[in-house]
Design a protein around this ligand. Structure first.
Ligand code: XIL
Length: 302
């Protein structure tokens, strides 16, 4: 196959991209998306501040644009994200515990209901663990006011709302075997043991010289898969250029393919110029939508 999506499909996987609604009108952007990818993740449009800026008042139009585009092209959609400490409107952080609990559950219910039938996998909870060696939960309005149980509660509410969607926990710096990934691993193991609904774990995979592709990436994906969940590479970007970057991209694709429960990969943007990494060239297409060596390496690894 000569596109990322078709080649991934040939391996029983998807190859996705994060998409921003405001670029869909750019002809080359849409053409590249439509040609190469068979899954999309809205980059910002489904976050809490975008869809429920004021309590109980939902605005889905930007996210709908992406979902309609993707579904019209037969692509899968990853829902990103329901419960996260960032891009969270001020009104949420201001609530006391009992109100916060009902606001969280209402948010999950309303958003998932709106997109029911159109979302393959949801990042139900994003980035709930601290960096470093503590293995502790990150401080957030949810953690601080609702305690450890907020993650379980979010997943139970999500399952009750859309039983057909795959429910994922998603995080960064969990790509290799380390204290943070082990803390997530222990949570997933506990969820599986107690029947808390969880189907998948997302590994963001934002790589740079300070956080390179780990040598135990595949082993880490495999240990999660062995718990009985799917794994997905959800926000891939790799700082660098040329052959070094290409080698890293090839290694990431091969790590996923080596794990039968690794169901797909998503790159966090299409051309370098729209990367959230303001400087740098971490993606597969240059600013003119030319395929980079990283693209060729990713495709030939599939
Ligand atoms: C980023 C977006 O790419 C930016 O446009 C936005 O300003 C901030 O968020 N982890 C995540 C993503 O889960 O939602 C983040 O996306 C990148 C880090």
């Amino acid at each position: 196959a000569d596109t990322l999506g078709a080649a991934a499909a040939g391996q029983g996987r998807y190859f996705g991209a994060a998409v921003a609604a405001n670029h869909l009108g750019e002809a080359q952007y849409a053409a590249t998306l439509n040609r190469e990818f068979n899954s999309v993740t809205p980059e910002n449009e489904m976050k809490w501040d975008a869809v429920e800026p004021n309590r109980g008042s939902f605005s889905f139009s930007r996210a709908d644009q992406i979902v309609n585009h993707a579904r019209g092209q037969g692509m899968k959609v990853r829902g990103h994200t329901l419960v996260w400490h960032s891009q969270l409107p001020g009104w949420v952080s201001g609530l006391a515990a009992s109100d916060l609990r009902s606001a969280m559950n209402n948010h999950i219910t309303q958003v998932m209901t709106h997109y029911k039938g159109n979302i393959d996998s949801w990042d139900v909870v994003n980035e709930a663990f601290q960096d470093g060696g503590s293995g502790a939960r990150r401080s957030s309005p949810f953690q601080d006011k609702l305690g450890n149980g907020f993650i379980e509660e979010a997943f139970r509410t999500a399952r009750a709302t859309d039983p057909a969607a795959k429910l994922c926990y998603n995080d960064y710096n969990t790509d290799g075997v380390n204290a943070k990934s082990t803390a997530v691993y222990n949570m997933v193991k506990d969820f599986k043991a107690r029947g808390v609904p969880i189907d998948c774990v997302g590994f963001q995979s934002h790589f740079n010289p300070n956080s390179p592709v780990p040598s135990d990436y595949r082993a880490n994906l495999q240990r999660f898969a062995d718990l009985g969940v799917d794994v997905q590479i959800t926000e891939l970007d790799i700082e660098g250029s040329g052959q070094a970057q290409a080698t890293n991209y090839g290694n990431v694709v091969r790590a996923c393919l080596a794990v039968s429960r690794c169901t797909g990969l998503t790159v966090w943007g299409i051309p370098d110029k729209y990367s959230w990494r303001a400087s740098g060239t971490p993606l597969l297409f240059d600013d003119n939508y030319n395929k980079k060596p990283a693209y060729t390496a990713a495709l030939s690894a599939l």
